[in-house]
Design a protein around this ligand. Structure first.
Ligand code: 6PG
Length: 235
C-alpha cells in the first residue's frame, strides 16, 4: 500500500516520552502549516505527565495562541483538586510554559455534570460552526488505556459507551461511585489522528486483546472515520 497511510500503527519504544513528543510536534507543525491551528485533546491520568512537560520544553517555538487544548475527559472535581486532569496539565504544561488561558478549553468538573457536559458540547459546536464543520474535528487526540480497557472516561458497561449523538456527556462510573465527563465515540472518531499512550507497566495481554479489536474493551471501539491511530507503547 505505497503512499497510503495505514489506519493503525503500533510503536514499541524504549524512548516513550521522547518518541511521543516527537509525534506531537510533527502533528502540531503539520496542522499549523495546513490549517493555521492545532487542535489537540489531552488525556488524563498519570502516564502523560512526563510527555506534557517534555512537550512544553521541546515545543517552545510553537505559536501557543494557535494551539487549542481540549480534554478527552475530566473527573467531576474542582480544577485545583489533585484528581483533576486539568490540574495535571496546568502543572506539567500550561503554567511552566506560559500557555495562554484562551488556548485551553477546560471541562468544568466543579459544576453539575450534565450541565458541564452540555456547556462543553456547546463550546465545541460554536468553534466547529465558525469553521464550517458539522462536528469539531481534532487534529490529535491523546488517549490512555485503563487496566479494564477503558479510555477517556468510557468505562466498560457504562452508558456513555452507547452514545451515538452527543459529543460530550456526563457518565456515572459505578466502580468509582462517581461521575465523570467524557468525550464520546462520535467525537473521538472524528479525529484526524488518535494517539494511545500506554506506559511500560501496562498489562500486555490487555494491550494485545485491544489491538486485536476485542470490543468488550472500550479502547478497542475507538476507530477514526477519516483518521488513523497510533499506539505508542513503552517498553
Ligand atoms: C483519566 C484518564 C483515563 C486514563 C487511563 C490511564 O481521567 O483517568 O483519562 O482514561 O488515561 O485511566 O491512566 P494512567 O495513565 O494513570 O495509567
Amino acid at each position: 500500500m505505497d503512499g497510503e497511510v495505514r489506519k493503525t500503527e503500533v510503536i514499541r519504544t524504549n524512548n516513550f516520552a521522547a518518541d511521543a513528543v516527537a509525534l506531537l510536534l510533527k502533528e502540531a507543525r503539520a496542522a499549523l502549516a495546513e490549517r493555521g491551528e492545532f487542535r489537540i485533546a489531552l488525556a488524563g491520568g498519570s502516564t502523560p505527565r512526563p510527555i506534557y512537560t517534555e512537550f512544553g520544553r521541546t515545543a517552545r517555538d510553537l505559536p501557543w495562541e494557535k494551539v487549542r487544548f481540549t480534554f478527552g475527559d475530566e473527573r467531576c472535581v474542582p480544577p485545583d483538586d489533585e484528581q483533576s486532569n486539568y490540574r495535571m496539565a496546568r502543572e506539567t504544561l500550561f503554567e511552566p510554559f506560559g500557555i495562554p488561558e484562551r488556548s485551553v478549553l477546560r471541562l468544568s468538573g466543579e459544576i453539575d455534570p450534565p450541565l458541564a457536559a452540555q456547556e462543553y458540547e456547546d463550546q465545541l459546536k460554536v468553534i466547529a460552526t465558525q469553521h464550517g464543520e458539522t462536528i469539531y474535528r481534532h487534529d490529535l487526540i491523546l488517549l490512555g488505556l485503563g487496566e479494564d480497557g477503558h479510555t477517556a472516561s468510557l468505562f466498560p458497561g457504562t452508558l456513555a459507551l452507547n452514545e451515538t449523538v452527543r459529543r460530550v456527556v456526563s457518565n456515572f462510573v459505578p466502580k468509582f461511585e462517581s461521575w465523570r465527563l467524557t468525550m464520546t465515540l462520535p467525537l473521538l472518531n472524528q479525529a484526524r489522528h488518535i494517539l494511545f499512550l500506554v506506559g511500560g507497566g501496562k498489562n500486555h495481554e490487555l494491550i494485545e486483546r485491544v489491538l486485536a479489536g476485542a470490543e468488550e474493551f472500550p479502547a478497542a471501539r475507538v476507530a477514526p472515520v477519516h483518521g488513523r491511530i497510533t499506539w505508542m507503547i513503552g517498553a
